[in-house]
Design a protein around this ligand. Structure first.
Ligand SMILES: [Zn+2]
Length: 280
């Protein structure tokens, strides 16, 4: 499943090919995605210009600006989510589509933004005009790489919470982007037992945890940068970035820090690997 680093890498990879471009054609080969592709997608996109591509949590936000000054109400934002298996790539006009290439947005430059999604859990839809009113975005916690996400935030939010710290960290109202891999790795880096009650983690340890979350996500994004060339002509199926993981997927193997055998447990219905030796 594309996680926040993959979505951020996608944003960086496709932005230079679509920002400021005028849309000349929209092709919808399959409209039954998780949310049906809006009927007015082509009507509103063709002739419009794509603004500066943004990301919030795992949503990509494409602002659409009307080229014609006569249409003053045409400004809108498309929300694109990659679901479980979706990817956005840059193709060129004339490149043959493959199976599961559901949506093409053709630009005047000859580049095509192409959406591929075998499982069709992703979607493209109009965002509410006021972002704070969009039910998909309104309740999201802070971005992990922003200053709003820090130890003080985690500490304040967790007081009196009996939920284990790992599902607490994975709650996207607490912070977005701390998926299972990144939560497991960050807790290991901070030396915190994933089973510990969120309300019983000290401020100093939350400072370390917030830094670890930022570090592990930033490293994944940097890693993703090396695959940027894969965004043109749809060669790659990048999947997960080949990141060096300390605990995730390593249960039964020795801890790289202390040698203790890593354990796997289930927490909040998710598999969780940790080191009983150095996570307290
Ligand atoms: Zn250890």
């Amino acid at each position: 499943m594309p996680e926040l680093p993959e979505v951020e890498t996608t944003r960086r990879g496709i932005a230079p090919y679509i920002e400021g471009q005028e849309v000349t054609e929209v092709l919808v080969r399959q409209s039954r995605l998780r949310v049906p592709v809006p009927d007015d997608l082509a009507e509103r996109l063709v002739g419009a210009r794509i603004g500066v591509l943004k990301r919030r949590a795992k949503y990509l936000q494409l602002p659409i600006q009307s080229v014609s000054a006569l249409e003053c109400d045409a400004d809108a934002t498309l929300l694109w989510h990659l679901g479980m298996s979706g990817s956005l790539r840059i193709a060129r006009v004339g490149d043959l589509s493959k199976k599961h290439d559901h949506v093409d947005v053709v630009m005047a430059s000859g580049y095509v933004l192409r959406y591929h999604d075998p499982r069709r859990f992703g979607f493209v839809d109009w965002q509410a005009n006021d972002e704070t009113q969009d039910k998909r975005l309104a309740h999201l916690g802070p971005e992990p790489l922003s200053d709003a996400f820090n130890g003080k935030w985690l500490y304040t939010l967790s007081r009196n919470k009996r939920v284990a710290v790992k599902p607490f960290l994975m709650d996207n109202q607490v912070v977005v982007g701390a998926g299972n891999i990144y939560a497991a790795e960050a807790l290991f880096m901070a030396g915190i037992d994933p089973r510990r009650a969120a309300g019983r983690v000290s401020r100093a340890r939350y400072d370390a945890l917030a830094l670890a979350v930022k570090e592990v996500l930033a490293a994944a994004i940097t890693q993703g940068g090396t695959t940027l060339r894969d965004f043109v002509s749809g060669q790659g199926e990048p999947g997960y970035f080949a990141q060096r993981l300390n605990v995730y997927g390593r249960h039964g193997q020795p801890c790289l820090r202390c040698g203790t055998e890593l354990r796997r447990i289930t927490l909040g219905q998710r598999a969780s690997v940790f080191c009983p030796g150095c996570q307290r």
